[in-house]
Design a protein around this ligand. Structure first.
Ligand SMILES: [Zn+2]
Length: 260
């Protein structure tokens, strides 16, 4: 009797599985296929979204994405098989043909807010994500700054630290001497702090001109980002790349729309 019941359960389970699981299998099928090449590398990626965040906080400003929305945005990236990379990786991919993971994306954070460590870094770690933190030297002296220790911890985890100038001025307006301090000296000090060469630069307030770009190049930066809107492409010039600004009002639906 017990055997019959067991066989009945097995057969019913099998049939049930075949009949009722079919829709599920159709859903999971393609997803499994997209997981398969996750560790594969792409040979050529001409357009890459480089997202621009500032603060992750419940403050009513377009520059502050709410922590709940940020969590949901990262969850969506993970579910859709995106692979965050650094700007250096993008540089070596475009200049030297180094491979990238499939669905590459760059998550950049400007200025160095404390919540970039307490929220962004922690949330992103849950998905194994890395980002790029653009800090300006003077920020460390302000109340709402990431600390040097936190910055170094993020770097150890795989984050890239980028130069965002010394005092965050509009660079086209500064003197020649100041321009050197804001690009070259700022880079050297950041390099000393992090113990690594700094390749990436971010123009404060997105302001630049030919002279500023030249100073950024002379200082030894290899890749730089602006606030011009759009996906990054090599043809924009490696020192004047566009980014996709993520605003507080984007929530999750606007975020998805900007990426798809
Ligand atoms: Zn800034």
């Amino acid at each position: 009797m017990i055997r019959k019941v067991v066989i009945f359960i097995l057969v019913a389970g099998l049939l049930g599985g075949l009949i009722f699981d079919t829709p599920n299998k159709m859903v999971t099928g393609p997803r499994q296929e997209s997981i398969a090449p996750k560790n594969g590398k792409v040979i050529r990626q001409s357009k890459v979204p480089v997202l621009m965040y500032h603060s992750i906080a419940d403050v009513n400003s377009e520059l502050c994405v709410s922590p709940a929305d940020f969590k949901a945005q990262m969850k969506w990236l993970a579910a859709n098989n995106y692979n965050p990379i650094t700007l250096s990786q993008l540089y070596y991919h475009w200049e030297e043909g180094e491979e990238l993971p499939v669905n590459p994306i760059v998550l950049t954070f400007d200025d160095g807010y404390a919540d970039n460590y307490t929220i962004a870094y922690k949330v992103m770690r849950e998905h194994g994500f890395i980002g790029v933190l653009f800090i300006y030297a003077k920020k460390f002296t302000t109340r709402n700054s990431v600390s040097e220790q936190q910055l170094l911890e993020m770097q150890r985890y795989g984050w890239e630290v980028g130069n965002h100038s010394y005092t965050h001025p509009e660079l086209p307006k500064v003197t020649d001497q100041q321009l050197i301090k804001e690009t070259s000296i700022a880079k050297d000090e950041l390099s000393q702090l992090t113990g690594s060469s700094i390749l990436a630069f971010c123009y404060p307030a997105g302001k630049y001109n030919d002279q500023v770009v030249q100073a950024v190049r002379n200082a030894g930066h290899k890749i730089a980002v602006t606030t011009n809107y759009g996906f990054s492409e090599k043809k924009q010039g490696l020192l004047t790349l566009s980014r996709v600004r993520i605003n507080r009002s984007d929530r999750v639906s606007g975020f998805i729309k900007k990426l798809t």
